[in-house]
Design a protein. Structure first.
Length: 108
């Protein structure tokens, strides 16, 4: 399952270590590193957990889709990429501002 080598790319985009990902998935860092290097294949359940963690489809992880996101415009993709690089605190502020903007638009 060589396509799982892209796990390293996804992890690095998110700014996480192997230990961070492994902890979130409730597995050892060593087990996760095997997936990342393509030395072992995760179970279907683990594949689903990994896809949920990285917010990508299972099909993307398996190499069946070229885009990791559901049909996004380039602007949407770039916003998501920037958002993922923010701290949790900054993400919270962004979410609050989006809620305010949505409320303002609903009042129009």
């Amino acid at each position: 399952m060589n396509n799982l080598e892209l796990l390293k790319e996804l992890r690095q985009e998110k700014g996480d270590t192997q230990s961070d990902v492994a902890s979130a998935l409730n597995i050892s860092q060593k087990a996760y590193s095997y997936y990342e290097r393509g030395e072992r294949e995760p179970s279907i359940d683990m594949l689903i957990q990994i896809s949920n963690y990285f917010n990508v489809t299972v099909d993307y992880l398996l190499g069946r889709e070229k885009s990791k996101y559901y049909e996004l415009s380039e602007d949407e993709y770039n916003l998501i990429k920037k958002y993922r690089m923010l701290s949790e605190r900054s993400k919270g502020k962004i979410n609050e501002r989006i809620d305010i903007i949505k409320e303002m638009e609903c009042k129009k």
